[in-house]
Design a protein around this ligand. Structure first.
Ligand SMILES: [Fe+2]
Length: 386
């Protein structure tokens, strides 16, 4: 068993930990590029904290999924304003934009030189500027991943800038920031965290260290996802979700994912749909197809035992079978009103393109078994309507 493991330089977790931001930010540089979403009410106090500690923040907002064009504009402005580090405060999109900006502040080549798939995919030649990642949602785990997902509108595709040095300098996770997340966002981001934990746990690149994180994350997310959805003010449930999301990010950055994310990437590039909802629409069909393929072609594959173990962790029943896992997923999708892929404008005529794009997606490489084109198409057919 050989493996390598890397994560953010510092992880600071806990309710109220946001108060530590000034001490964390001040030593990092002379001027912070402060990336946020669009909620002015919640941004103002953080901006004030940064101003008081001498961070001299220059604010930039990321109101939608970050595009290549938006990132190029922000980078030019941040360079002109003399920003030498980044504070990213928001959902996964904001944090991804922050990590990409930190990389581009010190690496002067064209953005497309560093982008996978549609660019040259060149490695960074310099360490990125320091970056503090502060998530306000519990889902993507972007505070602990080494890539930034950007949308290229002209190519209708989401692509990554990826490098081990893009792991944030500090991941500051304060569950109190998540108390006001509306139910729809709680559902979508929470389902993403759950899917990431299950895919990293059963990935063919999983290792004992990522397994430990996934076990703990699956336990916490499964016991708290509905509680956080039905009562957003439940701090205990929000804490479980924040930790599950963080662990999912650490795990996926080191173990990869699987077929759900293999499809979710291309779908996200072509259709406007919440990432976590797309993941949840696909999840049950992917687990069923993987089980079928593993039993038929690779019955000794450790992923089969991992699915059983996941069922046990999630249901807290020591006799749980894989069927219990599938039933639990399907019930959760109903309770959180997950629609089929049809709801996002995807229909049967899109399946051949999706199979082609999904096959080439990086996440597909982590799937516990290589799936045939027919199996991939079957997953999509089953996910069109739930
Ligand atoms: Fe995800």
């Amino acid at each position: 068993m050989n493996f390598e493991f890397a994560t953010a330089q510092r992880i600071i977790f806990g309710a109220g930990k946001m108060a530590e931001l000034p001490h964390l930010a001040a030593p990092l540089g002379t001027r912070a590029a402060f990336l946020t979403g669009s909620n002015a009410e919640r941004i103002a106090p953080v901006f004030n904290l940064l101003q008081k500690c001498g961070a001299n923040p220059a604010a930039f907002s990321i109101t939608e999924e970050p595009t290549t064009t938006r990132l190029i504009t922000i980078t030019e402005q941040a360079r002109k304003l003399g920003c030498d580090y980044v504070v990213a405060f928001g959902g996964g999109s904001v944090i991804d934009a922050g990590k990409a900006l930190a990389a581009l502040l010190t690496n002067q080549q064209d953005l497309f030189d560093y982008l996978e798939v549609i660019g040259k995919g060149e490695p960074l030649s310099h360490a990125p500027a320091p970056c503090i990642a502060i998530p306000t949602t519990a889902g993507t785990g972007a505070e602990a991943t080494r890539n930034a997902v950007l949308l290229s509108p002209e190519h209708r595709v989401k692509v990554s800038m990826r490098h081990p040095s893009m792991l944030p300098t500090v991941a500051l996770i304060d569950p109190e920031l998540m108390l006001s997340m509306p139910p729809a966002v709680t559902a979508s981001t929470g389902l993403d965290a759950f899917t990431q934990l299950l895919e990293a746990f059963t990935s063919n690149k999983a290792n004992p260290l990522t397994d430990a994180l996934c076990r703990e994350g699956l336990k916490r997310v499964s016991r708290s996802i509905l509680k956080a959805y039905t009562n957003g003010a439940n701090l205990e449930a929000r804490t479980d979700m924040a930790m599950g999301s963080l662990f999912s990010g650490i795990a996926l950055a080191n173990a990869g994912l699987g077929a759900v994310h293999g499809f979710a990437g291309p779908i996200g590039g072509m259709f406007k749909a919440p990432h976590g909802m797309v993941c949840a629409s696909l999840l049950s069909a992917v687990v069923k197809t993987n089980l079928h393929a593993l039993k038929a072609r690779d019955p000794e594959n450790p992923a089969l035992d991992k699915y059983v173990e996941a069922a046990l962790l999630i249901t807290e029943n020591p006799d749980a079978s894989i069927n219990a896992l599938l039933m639990w997923i399907e019930q959760l999708c109903r309770q959180m009103q997950v629609p089929g892929l049809n709801a996002f404008g995807i229909d049967a005529s899109d399946i051949p393109t999706m199979v082609e794009k999904g096959k080439r997606a990086g996440s597909m490489k982590g799937n516990p078994i290589a799936l045939t084109d027919e199996e991939l198409a079957q997953i999509l057919r089953e996910s069109l309507t739930l």
